[in-house]
Design a protein around this ligand. Structure first.
Ligand code: AMP
Length: 289
């Protein structure tokens, strides 16, 4: 497996692959790999000839007071795990080369960034859209795989690629969870034992809403009220949002139907902000929790 830091080297490698008729599958990440990241790499391996994983903690998608400095990093372990998955290139650019001193261009996606995380993290999706535009260009990706864990990010990137006629196919991948249901996240490493227990409130809320909906409660306001009570009953939990939205537009809906996504963001002990989501009337069986 090659490890590339330089932008020019990455571009040259990508052009070589293209001229040999090989396709490139991209998995953009911020590193500190867990099974969720690895599952995206496996998915990408089935879609393209060469797999590039980008490992970049993108400073421009973090707001003031967010966890840019504290964000967990383990470059050597990440490279080892990627190599075990058969990844061809880990591309880990330096922030100073990605954003040179006079950098002044931003890609900004419209309405779909206004809700959910976009509302509570102003500028976040500008940072995401901008870095992914750059990474798509630099790596020459034919396909790029994203987790549904960051559902809004996936929706924003799908929109951007259509709107800007980018020649890259965006592929979504289901959320990978711990055995008790907690969605895997690099940020779970911030949680102590007590906070790890509290963190389960997100998954339990998703399951509760699905059960409620199947039993005939379909008004978002009713479902959200029950979820908020549940989350707050843990103590030390602060709700950022509990939102029932159309899974394509991400606009709020009053009544749940088969297109409704429940998206949650909860802060645990004023320390760790976690997100999760589920289609409310998904066909899958509802698990016991
Ligand atoms: P991150 O490193 O957290 O920016 O995530 C990189 C990619 O991995 C994004 O497309 C995420 O949606 C995806 N991802 C993160 N956690 C999970 C998970 N638990 N299941 C599936 N995909 C995930």
């Amino acid at each position: 497996m090659k490890v590339i830091h330089s932008l020019t080297e990455m571009v040259a490698w990508s052009k070589d692959q293209a001229s040999s008729g090989l396709t490139i599958g991209l998995v953009p990440t911020m590193g500190y790999f867990h099974e969720g990241h690895l599952s995206l790499m496996r998915a990408a391996a089935g879609l393209a000839d060469q797999i590039v994983v980008t490992l970049f903690v993108n400073p421009i998608q973090f707001g003031p007071g967010e966890d840019l400095e504290a964000y967990p990093r383990n470059f050597d372990q990440d490279c080892q795990l990627a190599a075990q998955e058969g990844v061809d290139v880990v591309f880990a650019p330096h922030a100073s080369e990605m954003y040179q001193d006079d950098f002044q261009t931003t890609v900004s996606v419209g309405n779909i960034t206004k809700h959910l995380c976009g509302a509570s993290r102003p500028g976040h999706f500008d940072g995401v859209a901008t870095v992914l535009t750059k990474l798509f260009h630099i790596t020459g990706a034919d396909k790029a795989v994203f987790g549904e864990k960051d559902y809004q990010q996936l929706a924003v990137i799908r929109r951007m690629v259509i709107d800007l006629n980018m020649d890259v196919e965006i592929v979504g991948h289901p959320i990978v969870r711990e055995t008790d249901g907690l969605a895997m996240s690099s940020r779970n490493s911030y949680l102590n034992e007590e906070e790890r227990e509290k963190a389960l409130c997100l998954y339990k809320s998703l399951v509760m809403a699905r059960k409620d909906a199947v039993s005939g409660i379909l008004e978002s306001i009713m479902l959200a009220g029950r979820i908020k009570d549940h989350i707050l009953s843990y103590g030390g939990t602060e709700i950022d949002y509990v939102s029932f939205v159309d899974h394509r537009s991400l606009e709020p809906v009053d009544t749940v139907d088969e297109n409704t996504l429940l998206a949650l963001a909860v802060r645990i002990n004023n320390k760790v902000r976690l997100i999760d989501n589920s289609m409310v009337l998904a066909e899958k069986d509802i698990p016991e929790v």
